[in-house]
Design a protein around this ligand. Structure first.
Ligand SMILES: CC(C)(COP(=O)(O)OP(=O)(O)OC[C@H]1O[C@@H](n2cnc3c(N)ncnc32)[C@H](O)[C@@H]1OP(=O)(O)O)[C@@H](O)C(=O)NCCC(=O)NCCS
Length: 195
């Protein structure tokens, strides 16, 4: 479907039956000037993206003892220079996105997924799964051995989605696997390259 990165305007027919929407996914950078032909997110797009995170995630952070909700910190994390985005549109409306970065974790080159968000009215129609397949394909195309992400253990829908729907596993680097207690999140991963 694409060479190294998802091309601007990658089309995806969602399973959304009522509107039969065609979702268009495009690749963006947070702050740098154009790289791989990816445009920078506009200020308005950044605001919408942050509002979606707040709407979907604030309650989960508020439940957490270790990671309290901190809007400023989240903004700085998510719009930092190296962050990349795939944003999904239904016409001009942003309906979902991923935010990710290439990194080294536990000596492995990984695509680290910082956010996967679908707005409420568009959830359960295949957009999240499609975005994860784009993440895995992108990781493979640029030579990252794994896709890795962090998820709250009390976020049951997301946990099920990653473990059952997308076949992720609890990574050996995750607190529960390293004998640490008192953590309310897991690190999940999926291998993208053979060996
Ligand atoms: C998790 C999330 C990204 C999944 O995206 P999505 O587009 O809704 O998911 P898809 O339609 O591609 O996949 C459906 C799967 O997701 C899960 N799921 C999605 N919505 C669900 C719901 N309302 N109830 C139960 N399971 C649900 C199930 O595992 C489902 O699999 P199934 O069809 O076998 O039951 C989406 O629910 C979301 O944005 N949630 C809020 C933000 C969040 O928690 N992000 C993850 C942070 S780590």
């Amino acid at each position: 479907m694409f060479t190294k990165f998802p091309e601007l305007g990658t089309k995806f027919k969602s399973q959304k039956t009522e509107q039969n929407s065609e979702i268009t996914c495009s690749y963006y950078h947070a702050n740098c000037t154009k790289v791989n032909n990816a445009p920078k997110l506009s200020n308005d797009q950044q605001k919408i993206i942050f509002n979606i995170i707040e709407e979907n995630m604030k309650a989960h952070y508020q439940k957490s003892k270790r990671l309290p909700w901190d809007a400023q910190k989240k903004k700085e994390e998510i719009f930092e220079t190296k962050m990349r985005f795939i944003v999904c549109f239904d016409n001009d409306k942003i309906v979902g996105f991923t935010a990710f970065m290439f990194d080294i974790e536990d000596k492995r080159p990984v695509l680290y997924l910082y956010e996967l968000q679908v707005i409420k009215e568009y959830q359960y129609y295949g957009i999240g799964h499609f975005l994860m397949s784009l993440m895995e394909q992108t990781a493979k195309n640029v030579g990252m051995s794994h896709v890795m992400l962090t998820v709250f253990t009390h976020n049951e829908i997301a946990m099920n989605f990653y473990l059952k729907k997308c076949s992720y596993i609890i990574d050996s680097f995750s607190p529960s696997k390293t004998g640490k207690s008192g953590f309310d999140y897991e690190i999940l991963s999926k291998k993208t390259l053979v060996n």
